[in-house]
Design a binder for this molecule. Structure first.
Ligand SMILES: Nc1ncnc2c1ncn2[C@@H]1O[C@H](COP(=O)(O)OP(=O)(O)OP(=O)(O)O)[C@@H](O)[C@H]1O
Length: 235
């Protein structure tokens, strides 16, 4: 579904990707790698927030830069920091946003958001001020907004980062059940063990790509070796 072909990307003066090619069609894909490896940048390419200076990026055959104008519900991106994403002051308004973007009248969108929150065991959340929520609760609001609008491709950038253990378990089970394609970037590798494919990015290149158990084990081993080498140098 997501095709990246010979893409080059610069952000500021940094060359993030040089000739990156990936065809991502499995239902659930994990992205792993050190800080700065290019995970968020790949997501930004996929949803059209960044344009490659060379090569191409498309989702279901539609060039990424056209998604927003032509099919706003094709790709949903959940940012690492919910404050980069949330625009409305209350939970129900934030959830309604994705529905109104697809043409639903505001009143109906709010009603659907309220009903959805009730089904999720959160009947007292609709009128809560976003400013009164913790970071993890804000991230949960972003995830609920994603579930409500149901984009065809879901991109989650470090979605477990601020979540407590019960919320991580809830998100994990949601991810196992959603019908859409999901790509998750995370440093919490155990959440990827039942995924279909994991890609390890290293300095903008694919270091490994394959079964989650193998790729995550290789990444862990590489990290351990680097830490051991650094420790040996210091002592
Ligand atoms: N706004 C920016 N301007 C310039 N360079 C940037 C910007 N954001 C990221 N970069 C650079 O792009 C490269 C890839 O960053 P990216 O945020 O995609 O990494 P990441 O794998 O998502 O890291 P993390 O695990 O820390 O979220 C890094 O070298 C980073 O310094």
């Amino acid at each position: 579904m997501l095709s990246i072909t010979q893409a080059g990307l610069k952000r500021g003066n940094t060359l993030v990707f040089d000739d990156l090619t990936l065809n991502l069609h499995e239902p659930r894909i994990g992205l792993i790698g050190d800080n700065g490896a290019g995970k968020s940048s790949l997501f930004r390419l996929a949803c059209g927030l960044e344009a490659p200076y060379t090569g191409s990026v498309s989702v279901q055959g539609l060039p990424a830069y056209r998604i927003n104008a032509q099919r706003p519900n094709l790709v949903g991106m959940m940012f690492q920091n919910p404050d980069d994403q949330i625009v409305f002051p209350t939970v129900q308004e934030e959830l309604a946003l994705g529905l109104t973007a697809t043409g639903l009248p505001r009143r109906e969108a709010i009603a659907q958001a309220r009903a959805f929150l009730a089904t999720r065991g959160l009947p007292d959340w609709p009128e809560r001020a976003i400013s009164s929520l913790s970071q993890g609760q804000r991230q949960h609001v972003c995830w609920l907004a994603m579930l409500l609008t149901q984009p065809a491709l879901i991109l989650l950038d470090e979605p477990f980062a601020s979540l407590d253990l019960p919320s991580q378990a809830l998100l994990h089970s949601d991810l196992a059940r959603v019908g859409q394609q999901v790509i998750v970037s995370t440093h919490v590798l155990e959440h990827l063990q039942d995924f279909d494919r994991v890609i390890w990015l290293e300095q903008g290149r694919v270091r490994a790509d394959g079964h989650p158990v193998t790729v995550c084990a290789d990444y862990r081993a590489d990290v351990a070796a680097r830490i051991a080498a650094r420790t040996a140098k210091v002592t």
